[in-house]
Design a protein around this ligand. Structure first.
Ligand code: NI
Length: 139
């Protein structure tokens, strides 16, 4: 079966602090360095959401990109943009908001809203050079 991947880019600006409450301040400093700053710091996150599947013979689409754009807006940009991830986002009240955990949270927020026949992969850049990706493996 012929499959095609379609992707949509988006971005959001958010603050976070990397911290493990079970550890001492010294241990947090040692592991998270500047990212453990108690007053938080920000990133311009960019994400690429990719959906892979067969081309619908009627529309010629794998997925309507307008719909994908709206889903990203509703489930990622609206709740995360200009927010403090630790304080404002339910998932990160107990979960360290590393890029790894953020990409999993984004994938989990989007997955139920996308046709289960389509594969979903999310790529998240925290900086230009540091990025993570998740395709749902192990969920
Ligand atoms: Ni950071």
């Amino acid at each position: 079966m012929m499959k095609v991947t379609v992707s949509r880019k988006a971005q959001f600006n958010a603050a976070h602090r990397l911290y493990n409450s079970a550890w001492s301040d010294e241990r947090n400093d040692e592991v998270f360095g500047k990212c453990n700053n108690p007053n938080f710091h920000g990133h311009n996150y960019t994400l690429t959401v990719s959906v892979k599947g067969t081309i619908d013979p009627e529309t010629g689409y794998v997925m309507d990109m307008k719909v994908l754009k709206e889903l990203i807006h509703e489930h990622v940009e609206k709740p995360f943009d200009h927010r403090n991830l630790n304080l404002d986002t339910e998932e990160f009240k107990t979960l360290n908001p590393t890029a790894e955990n953020i990409v999993v949270v984004i994938w989990k927020r989007l997955r139920p809203n996308i046709n289960p026949e389509l594969e979903l992969k999310v790529l998240l850049h925290e900086t230009e050079r540091n990025f993570v990706e998740f395709d749902g493996e192990g969920v």
